[in-house]
Ligand binder design. Structure first.
Ligand SMILES: [Zn+2]
Length: 254
C-alpha cells in the first residue's frame, strides 16, 4: 500500500475571538481572544506531492498578524511549487483557495457541488457568504480546463489518498484521508476549525448548513477510526503537538 508523509505548514496567524469560532457564546466568552493559525497541508509519497488547500493570496492577508505566501513556506521547506502535482481544495473560501495560480503543474481537485455553489446563483445573493469568496481564484479555476478535476462525493484520487464530501461548513466541503505508516490521517480542514469544535460538539458560527456541520464531525471521527488522527483547519495547537521540521512553520504529522 502507498504510504505518505504528512506535514502541516502554517503560513499565518491572527488573534480572533471565541465568538467567531464557537456557537453559543455568552457575552463574556464572545470577546475573549482566540489565537488562530492558517495552514496548508502536504502529503508526499514516492510518486506524488499533494498539497491540500492553497491559503490566502497576499492581497487579502491584511487582517493577519503574520503571513507568508504558502508557496514560499513550501519552498523554504525544500519543496518547490512546481513539484506539486495535485492540489486538493477542501473548499473554496478565500483562505483555502487563494493562491491556486501559484502551482503551475498541479491538477486541482474540487467537489463539483462546491464549485457550482460559488459560481451559481445563490452565493452572490447571500451577503454573509460573499466576503468568503475569492473571485480571482474562482476565475482561475474556471479557466483551468483539463487541469480541474471535479469529484462527486467520495473518491480515492490516488492510491492511499481519498477525498470525502461532508458539506456543513460549505455546500461542497470535502475532507482528505491519507494513508501513513502511523495509520490514517484525516485532514479535516474547516470541517472542524479547532479540535475543540469537534471534541465539544460545538460548531463555528460560519456554516452553510448546521445539520451538515454535525454530520461532518461524525464523518471525520469515522474516517480517522479508533485513536485516529485528524487535523483541524485553524488550530495553533497542531504546531505544538507534532515535531517541528521548520520551527514555527512546518510540523511532521505522520
Ligand atoms: Zn472556510
Amino acid at each position: 500500500m502507498t504510504e505518505y508523509r504528512v506535514y502541516a505548514l502554517c503560513y499565518g496567524h491572527r488573534t480572533g475571538t471565541r465568538g467567531q469560532h464557537f456557537l453559543g457564546c455568552d457575552e463574556h466568552e464572545w470577546n475573549q481572544p482566540h489565537p488562530t493559525a492558517y495552514y496548508v497541508w502536504l502529503a508526499v509519497s514516492d510518486n506524488h506531492t499533494v498539497l491540500v488547500d492553497a491559503g490566502i493570496r497576499p492581497e487579502r492577508a491584511g487582517e493577519l498578524d503574520s503571513y507568508e505566501p504558502p508557496a514560499k513556506v513550501l519552498s523554504e521547506f525544500g519543496v518547490p511549487a512546481t513539484a506539486v502535482n495535485r492540489l486538493v481544495l477542501t473548499h473554496l473560501h478565500y483562505d483555502h483557495a487563494g493562491t491556486v495560480a501559484d502551482f503551475p503543474h498541479a491538477r486541482y481537485v474540487v467537489q463539483r457541488q462546491e464549485y457550482e455553489y460559488w459560481t451559481g446563483p445563490w452565493a452572490r445573493r447571500i451577503t454573509r457568504e460573499q466576503w468568503l469568496l475569492d473571485g480571482e481564484a474562482l476565475e482561475f479555476l474556471g479557466n483551468a480546463g483539463q487541469r480541474l478535476d471535479f469529484v462527486d462525493g467520495d473518491l480515492e484520487i490516488l492510491p492511499g489518498l481519498s477525498v470525502h464530501l461532508v458539506g456543513g461548513h460549505t455546500a461542497g466541503m470535502q475532507v482528505v484521508r491519507v494513508a501513513t505508516a502511523a495509520g490514517p490521517v484525516v485532514l479535516a480542514s474547516d470541517a472542524a476549525h479547532f479540535a475543540e469544535n469537534l471534541e465539544d460538539d460545538r460548531p463555528a458560527p460560519l456554516v452553510h448548513t448546521m445539520t451538515g456541520m454535525y454530520g461532518a464531525f461524525d464523518r471525520v471521527k469515522e474516517l480517522a477510526g479508533p485513536g485516529g488522527r485528524y487535523l483541524p483547519g485553524h488550530d495553533p495547537v497542531v504546531l505544538d503537538r507534532f515535531p517541528a521540521e521548520v520551527p514555527g512553520r512546518v510540523v511532521r504529522v505522520a
